[in-house]
Design a protein around this ligand. Sequence first.
Ligand code: MN
Ligand code: MN
Length: 468
Amino acid sequence: MSKELSKAEELKEKLFYTQKHAALLTGEDELKLCDAFCEDYKNFLNNAKTEREAVKFVKAKAEALGFKKFDRDAKYSAGDKVYYDNRGKSIILAVIGKRPLKDGVRLAAAHIDSPRVDLKQNPLYEESDMAYFKTHYYGGIKKYQWTAMPLSLHGVIVKRDGSVAEVNIGEAENDPRFVITDLLPHLAAEQMKRTLADGVRGEELNILIGSRPFNDDETSEKVKLNILNLLFEKYGITESDFLSAELELVPAFKATDIGFDRSMIGSYGHDDRVCAYPAAEAIFNIESPDYTAVTVLTDKEEIGSEGNTGLKSSYFKYFIADLAWTEGINYHTVLTNSQCLSADVNAAYDPTFPDVSEKKNASYINKGVVVTKYTGARGKSGTSDASAEYMSKVLRVFDENKVVWQTGELGKVDAGGGGTVAMYLANLDIDVIDVGVPVLSMHAPFEVVAKLDVYHAFKAFKAFFEDK
Ligand code: MN
Ligand code: MN
């Protein structure tokens, strides 16, 4: 029974911009698809906690789906699927379109690194009969959040002979885990007077890794010796092999449903797996697009996109150049005509901390993907600021494909700010706008997203790739 609308209500419906809850705009059948999609997403979260693991996971799936290693000297035709693995830390997936490359590509760019705690190069020490690792945190973290909870150790140790020992300890059921200890409140009177930023300091993020001595004659540092002996037996490494290792500590817990209604997912690393996974799945689920579709899952976003696996480097440009080479054209023609969704998260409005947001322009969980025209800070510094023309085009594609979307700014003016990879792609003369999932507790060890937003991110990237 639908009640009749008054004239004012009718006019409001027509003229006002309002954002409805995504559940009201998503059909029953689609809700089932959404929940199933999120089960697979949780599996990805649990098996791809670092950029290396994410590349491995995505590459294995791509190969199973018929993606072949990209070869610049090959000839490709519509529907061909290729990938490019950049040093095991970033990956590009492409499905060749029906149109020539001079018309540009449709690109989704997400990152697969997340804030965490890295080991220092010479990390191992013993103190008071306990063994520890020294660390240097990676990305923007609130350090106090990383103490007193189980951590797992991931990464690689490359020995002098070039052989690689892959490390993953703390994820399997019966694995041991690691922890950063914190002071008991009884003795924390002085610590509690510190500011929150200073509550736990960088050099206090020490990882407890053992406490039993090597059972032998009198010698010093017997606990450290025992740890090194265990590592030698397991990996064949000595202490100096840590110098050529990349070892990272991440939360050991698994992704889990949140809420009585199971409407949300709590996990480590949503930023930016919650966009990377849908962007990869979108390209896995298109057959023969008009425009060549490209998904790039990149590294190092959390520390400024530096390094040869981050998007400030030329690796993406070189891939496009090699792609252009297969059709004998200039790469800049491809770039100039390309369009990109920079797939990264935005800060969801948190009613417990309303002061940092401006409600009319904040993003909310369950209102769909956030389209962010500009990021940046202090008067839009450090953003590429998408054009009105391009924003309009993207919104049209979303509307035509029933993608639930909202707009959002990262916090109120001068409250802080942040950036994404959008500007580095804009610097290549590509049209680009940020589109991603709103996140609660962003950069915390346990972040929260809404399942409906994850699903609509997948729909958004797929619609963008399939647009004619
Ligand atoms: Mn991000
Ligand atoms: Mn981030």
